[in-house]
Design a protein around this ligand. Structure first.
Ligand code: ADP
Ligand code: ASP
Ligand code: MG
Length: 409
């Protein structure tokens, strides 16, 4: 007997036909005693459509009511999938995130899973049901629904798998695994047989949308192996695990990621005195704006003032503007410039550690392409460059084909 958590993303459940395809596939592979929990996303582009709908009604699409709205998408798919299983003769029961015992923090739109109490799921499984759980949502200790950030159904699935001590968590999607870069950008992208939690976390954090970063963190914390694979083919996918089982699967550069959900914020001519940076970034943090790359420049002619440039997600631009407008009543600065035409391109690989020259090679390739670097940042296992959005696909292709494929078959 195995306990398996399977997650199906939005494109996998986009139509009734696709839902029936999943039902047939699950029933074909299910052994008699297997216990199956299925986590689903909203159908197709439902979440995007709900965001667009909200923007027609409000200039502040954040907060409690926004989460109430967004959480409805997943509730449609769980009900339809449970009906489809019943139609095919297998008992199934659907549960919202709260019914499934997913407890989350009160940061609307960016809730974190704090605990999972899966008793109700276990009971339904014992009664012979396949249990279908709405991804992307949890409940706060005051009874409000919060959503878990875009792509959050991945995190629901891995958290359930961890809390229930499942044998495996399978993430079914529209590609057949994790590739060396987004296969939609270059057909030379290569499927990875396996990848470590650490590298996958970095790829996901830097924009590889195939997994939500928090899901990978959760997998690492609970030691749940995650199998990313296709809904539409039976091919084996990619296993995300603690370490490589075969040395030949490890490369100097594991992958190239890009992120176009980036905005650059420049605070020009900010008063240069102790405590100002703290005031600015604390205000942004209080407004739940995640800040990524940060540069503070040194002015040679005017040391009374400084320029602070940083990047945020485009989803947070309205919140950041509201916060900075308020802040300008207390912090003196000449102007704020927000640019939404930027993107980030990154290389990731634990194999880069102790290999000098990789950064120079990356910058050389970008320079051959005539691409200007606005900000550079690094971690132990990644190097990222902020560039113009309209050149990001050229950058990914060039870096991937010249640097990442180097030395691979
Ligand atoms: P789902 O709706 O199933 O959650 P997503 O759209 O969130 O699917 O994630 C799958 C998409 O991730 C793929 O269609 C692919 O374009 C994109 N992607 C980005 N980077 C990668 C990568 N390195 N490997 C595989 N897919 C990637
Ligand atoms: N439906 C949500 C989204 O589109 C969550 C998910 O798909 O994982 O982001
Ligand atoms: Mg996704």
């Amino acid at each position: 007997m195995a306990l398996i958590v399977k997650k199906f993303g939005g494109s996998s459940v986009a139509t009734p036909e696709k839902i029936f395809h999943i039902v047939d596939r699950v029933l074909k592979h299910k052994k008699k005693d297997d216990q199956i929990v299925i986590v689903v996303s909203a159908m197709g582009d439902t979440t995007d459509d709900l965001v667009a709908l909200a923007k027609k009604v409000t200039s502040h699409p954040y907060g409690r009511e926004m989460d109430r709205l967004l959480s409805t998408g997943e509730q449609v798919s769980i009900a339809l999938m449970a009906m489809a299983f019943t139609e095919k003769g297998h008992p199934a029961v659907s549960m919202t995130g709260p019914q499934a015992g997913v407890e989350s923090s009160d940061a609307f739109g960016k809730g974190r899973i704090l605990d999972v109490k899966p008793e109700r799921i276990f009971k339904a499984l014992e009664e012979g049901n396949i249990v279908i759980v709405a991804g992307f949502q949890g409940i706060t200790d005051t009874g409000d629904v919060t959503t878990l950030g875009r792509g959050g159904s991945d995190t629901t699935a891995v958290a359930l798998a961890g809390a229930m001590k499942a044998d495996v968590c399978e993430i079914f999607t529209d590609v057949d695994g994790v590739y060396s870069t987004d296969p939609r950008v270059t057909d030379r992208a290569q499927k990875l047989k396996e990848i470590t939690y650490g590298e996958m976390l970095e790829m996901a954090r830097l924009g590889a949308g195939v997994m939500q970063p928090r899901a990978v963190e959760m997998g690492s914390r609970y030691g749940v192996p995650i199998h990313v694979r296709s809904t539409f083919t039976e091919n084996p996918g990619t296993i995300i695990r603690e370490d490589y089982t075969m040395e030949s699967n490890q490369h100097t550069i594991t992958g190239v990621a890009d992120d176009t959900n980036v905005a650059k914020v420049a605070l020009v001519g900010v008063e240069n005195k102790p405590g100002v940076a703290h005031t600015i970034f604390q205000a942004l943090a209080d407004a739940t704006v995640d800040v990524d790359m940060i540069v503070q420049s040194i002015r040679t002619t005017d040391d009374e003032r400084t320029d602070i440039v940083f990047t945020i997600s485009r989803d947070d631009v309205v919140l950041a503007k509201e916060t900075l407008d308020k802040l300008r009543q207390t912090v003196d600065m000449e102007c704020v410039v927000i640019n939404e035409d930027m993107a980030k391109v990154s290389i990731v690989g634990a194999g880069m550690l102790g290999q000098p020259g990789v950064a120079a090679q990356m910058f050389g390739i970008l320079s051959e392409e005539g691409i200007n670097l606005e900000i550079i940042s690094t971690s132990e296992i990644s190097i990222s460059c902020l560039i113009a959005e309209n050149r990001v696909k050229d950058a990914v292709k060039a870096i991937h084909d010249k640097l990442c494929l180097d030395g691979r078959n």
